[in-house]
Design a protein around this ligand. Structure first.
Ligand SMILES: [Zn+2]
Ligand SMILES: [Zn+2]
Length: 115
C-alpha cells in the first residue's frame, strides 16, 4: 500500500495508456489531486489486457513475483485464506466502475478473482 505525499490518504492504482499504446500504472489520490507514478510502472501489453472478462484467465502466474505490482495484505483469498495478493486494475470500464484483478500470492494457490 502506498500513501499520498500530500494528504497521507491511501493511493489507488490507476491504469492508463501512453502514446505507444502501453499500459502504465499510476497512483491516484481520491482525496486531493495528487497523481504519481507507481514505483517503476509495470507495463501491460495489449495482448494481456484486452477484454475484462478475458483478462482474468490471461493473467500469468508471474504476476505474483512481480515486485512492481501493488500488493494487498487485507484481501482474503477465498480459496486458501491467504491475505497477500497482487492486484491491478483493468483499463476496461464497466459503467462507472473499474475492475480490480487479484492474484493470490500463495505459491500453491495462485487463485485469481476480480472485484
Ligand atoms: Zn492526497
Ligand atoms: Zn489463495
Amino acid at each position: 500500500m502506498e500513501f499520498c505525499v500530500e494528504c497521507n490518504n491511501l493511493l489507488h492504482p490507476k491504469c492508463s495508456q501512453d502514446n505507444d499504446g502501453q499500459f502504465v500504472l499510476n497512483l491516484e489520490c481520491m482525496t486531493c489531486d495528487f497523481v504519481g507514478p507507481a514505483s517503476s510502472m509495470k507495463v501491460f501489453t495489449r495482448k494481456v489486457v484486452r477484454r475484462a472478462e478475458d483478462t482474468a484467465s490471461q493473467i500469468t502466474d508471474e504476476v505474483i513475483s512481480d515486485p512492481t505490482l501493488p500488493r494487498s495484505f487485507q484481501t482474503k483469498c477465498a480459496s486458501c485464506g491467504g491475505e497477500e495478493a497482487v492486484f491491478f486494475q483493468s483499463h476496461i470500464k464497466t459503467g462507472d466502475t473499474m475492475t480490480l484483478f487479484f492474484v493470490c500470492c500463495n505459491e500453491e494457490c495462485k487463485n485469481r478473482w476480480t472485484m
